[in-house]
Design a binder for this molecule. Structure first.
Ligand SMILES: Cc1cc2nc3c(=O)[nH]c(=O)nc-3n(C[C@H](O)[C@H](O)[C@H](O)COP(=O)(O)O)c2cc1C
Length: 191
């Protein structure tokens, strides 16, 4: 199984990338192929048309389309900004649809405060439905992200480790179940 982790922050000194890297390491340790897609590496322009309907597709959009398209399942990792998920993530999502549709998607939300990005996570799960994809009911909420990792990216917060473990267990079960189940033809491309 091939899993994309999609990063939702390109901010200087961003913290949620630490969660992406932790999930990448843990999921790799479970024997799945991981592609950490970081919009900071290949920034997408502000959305102005679908990737497949734009005659002059930006190179970064094309590259992203390919990476997302071959994934069996995904984890979206978003910071909470002003009570919602990030604009960078929404910009990325709006370019694509087929690349998400029908896929199992887990949501992880990150905040500096004690609520762990709950608002961002709920709103993002809703968007996952609009993408024609299947949101994992359990989400990973990462509270007080500044205190979760040490300088070597080792987690020092036991609650985070427990929650991340539970999230990964359920995500892998769900991702495997949804991506291997054969869909009746009549359900193809139904949103
Ligand atoms: C523009 C902005 C808005 C924010 N709004 C919220 C918020 O509504 N709720 C919250 O808990 N934290 C909020 N924060 C704190 C972020 O969740 C925290 O800085 C987190 O580290 C952001 O992830 P990042 O470092 O990966 O960008 C906000 C931070 C920024 C930069």
């Amino acid at each position: 199984m091939r899993i994309v982790i999609l990063a939702g922050s390109i901010r200087k000194n961003r913290k949620s990338i630490q969660v992406c890297r932790y999930l990448e390491k843990q999921l790799s340790g479970r024997g799945v192929e991981i592609d950490l897609v970081d919009p900071l590496d290949d920034p997408l322009p502000i959305f102005d048309d679908f990737a497949d309907e734009n005659p002059v597709v930006h190179k970064a959009v094309q590259k992203m389309e390919n990476r997302l398209g071959i994934a069996d399942a995904m984890v979206f990792v978003t910071p909470e900004y002003n009570g919602s998920f990030s604009g960078v993530l929404k910009n990325t999502l709006d370019y694509f649809w087929n690349e998400f549709s029908g896929k199992p998607i887990g949501v992880a939300a990150v905040s500096a405060g004690k609520m762990g990005g709950i608002n961002a996570s709920v709103q993002l799960q809703h968007v996952v439905l609009s993408l024609g994809a299947y949101p994992l009911p359990v989400k990973l909420l990462v509270r007080r992200v500044d205190h979760v990792f040490d300088d070597n990216l080792n987690p020092v917060d036991e609650e985070f480790v427990r929650n991340a473990d539970k999230f990964i267990d359920q995500f892998l079960w769900f991702a495997n179940a949804v991506s291997t189940a054969k869909k009746p033809k009549k359900y193809e491309n139904v949103s």
